[in-house]
Every structure is written in C-alpha cells, then in structure tokens.
Design a protein around this ligand. Sequence first.
Ligand SMILES: *Cc1c(COP(=O)(O)O)cnc(C)c1O
Length: 362
Amino acid sequence: MANRVFNFNPGPSTIPLDVLKIIQEELIDYRGTGMSIIESSHRSPEFDEVNNQAMALAKEILGLGDNYKVLFMTGGASSQFAYIPLNFLNDGQVGAYVDTGTWSTKAIKEAQIIGNMHLAGSTKDDGYTFVPKPADISYPDNTAYLHVTSNNTIKGTQFHQFPDTGEVPLICDMSSDIASRKIDYSKFSLIYAGAQKNLGPAGVTLVVIKEDLLAKCKEGLPSMFNYQTYAAKNSLYNTPPSFGIYVMKLVFEWIMNQGGLEAVEKVNMAKKDTIYGMIDKYPDYFKGTVKPDSRSWMNITMRLPNEDLEKKLIADAKAAGFVGLKGHRSVGGVRVSVYNAMPLEGATKLAEFMETFMNANQ
Ligand SMILES: *Cc1c(COP(=O)(O)O)cnc(C)c1O
C-alpha cells in the first residue's frame, strides 16, 4: 500500500485499511452473488443480513440492551438537529441544550425553529475552551430532553463526565467520538452520529434510541421525519444508504477484531497522550487552545507562535505524508484528528515530525 498517507482529516476521515481491502475484494462479486452489495436490492437476503448484523454489532459494541433500537438514517447529523425537536419537543415544553460550540449552536438553531429552547449551559463567553461540568448544567421541570455534544470537533473539547438527568431523556450528538471510548452509553436515550468520522463513509447516520423515548414521538409527522417509521421497518421503509451501512458493518467488525471498545480506547489514549505530550512539552510553541480537563481525545487543536508557522507546518507535514492538519476555517490553527482508524504509528510519527519542525523553525 505504497501511496497511503497518514490521514488526519476531520471528516470524512480515515477508514481502517483492513476495511478498505475487504470492500475492494468484495466489490466486484459480493460472496458469490455476481454483483456488489451496492448493486443488490435492499430487500435481498444479502443486504438484510448486512443490515441486521450492523445493528446487532452497534448494540454489542456500545453495550446496549434490547430496550434500544438502532436506526440507519440519512441527512447527516445536521438533520438530526431538526428531527429531535420535531419528534420530542411538545407545546408547553422546552428542549434544553448545552452550547459547547459550532455544532451545538446549529442544533439550538433548529430547535428554535420548531419550539422553545432553554440554554442549559454554555461556554460561549469563554470562547468554548472547555465544556461545562455536570453541576453547571440546569434546566426547568418542563424539559422534554437535554441535548449535549459529546465531542466538539471544531473547538477540540470533549465531555469526560455526563450529567445524570434522571427521568429527562439525555440526547447526545456523538458524531465525532462514538465508539472511541468505554463510557456508559445506556445513560443516553438517544445517540446520533454521522458516520464519516468514526464509523465509515458519509451518507449514513447512526441513531440509537431507547424504546421509551421512541414511544414519545409526536403524532402527525410525515413518515420520513418520524423515528418510529425507521424503527418499525428495520430502517428499510425506503431505500437505505446501503453502501454506508455495509461499510459501517465492516468497521464494527474491525472494532470487534481489535478487542472491542476497551482495546480501541487504549490506542486512542496513547494517541492523544502522544500529541498532547508535544503541547505539554513545548507549550510556548504548540499552544493548546483548550483547558486540559476538557481536552478532546479525537480532535487536538493548537496554535503556533504565528500564522506563517502554522501554514508552513501544515504544508511541510503534507509533503511528509501527514495530511489534513488545517484547523477549521472558523478557528484557524492546527487540528490533529485522531479518530479510531488512525493507527498509533500515525500519532507517534506526527509527534516526531512536530518536534523536528519546531527545532528547524524557531
Ligand atoms: C461533523 C459533525 C456534525 C455534522 O455532521 P453532518 O453529517 O455533516 O451533518 C455534527 N456534529 C458534530 C459533533 C460533528 O462533528
């Protein structure tokens, strides 16, 4: 695999090489069918098996029981911003939101189009450099749900502790850190994630939803905008994003082959320690942009002493085979995205590159 680079793109992002090889191998003739899975009917036994396996693996990996349903949807995480208030935010209630940056802000905007929003916590005034502590999140009695963004892909922060919401459903946008660490996923009544960061290609959105929340979907919604439609039809009400589901299944199998979330978490921990190690060793050169206790394990953000150095680092890194390090256009700087599929070797070699770059560019 001579031409593969270390791909630090924030999304769409790197996919395990083992998975790409299986796709390549199966693309011409999927298991003796004489066609690829993306040319097969979504009603075929072959696709049905893929669909069911992907759902079962999602639950197994996240440690969720039979009281959860797995849905495969389209429209990205951004459509979920609207689906959630459409389905669960009734008159006389508020949707409670924690604002921790760009993506939560967008979720809030959609909620405000549909109903009443309560700001349950925000770090906007601090430039989103950290996430609120559970004790600093509050909402009134008429709260339909509390929405949080577990990992802030652009700002480089992440929740390491989630609030206990009791009877209030906790809903989480996990687009950029799902299945990256062992947490209690059963704390959440609904989790959603666009696949293109940790799970596969763009085009499919994973949703896991607890049955008791599913029962609360509003009446009178158009079919494609009601979670119950997807649940009732095994996500096959209309033609699903079959390629994405197929790749997601392969990624789940890859996770299981690594040893599940425990093993994946260990590698992710080593990767983030390696890169934050540079920030902690040379804080005047690699300037971390977030508070240490809110550091993201997935998207590591930093500034260099000036913008010219940032540009040079990004260009030199690219020439050396480390791609995708440019910070989001809204914040600038350097962002190192180390999703599940980035091997430890990528982080280790990048850290070496960073140190060498620093020594050569004072
Ligand atoms: C990338 C991202 C989104 C947007 O996802 P789309 O699939 O492009 O709609 C939303 N939330 C978070 C946390 C993200 O990282």
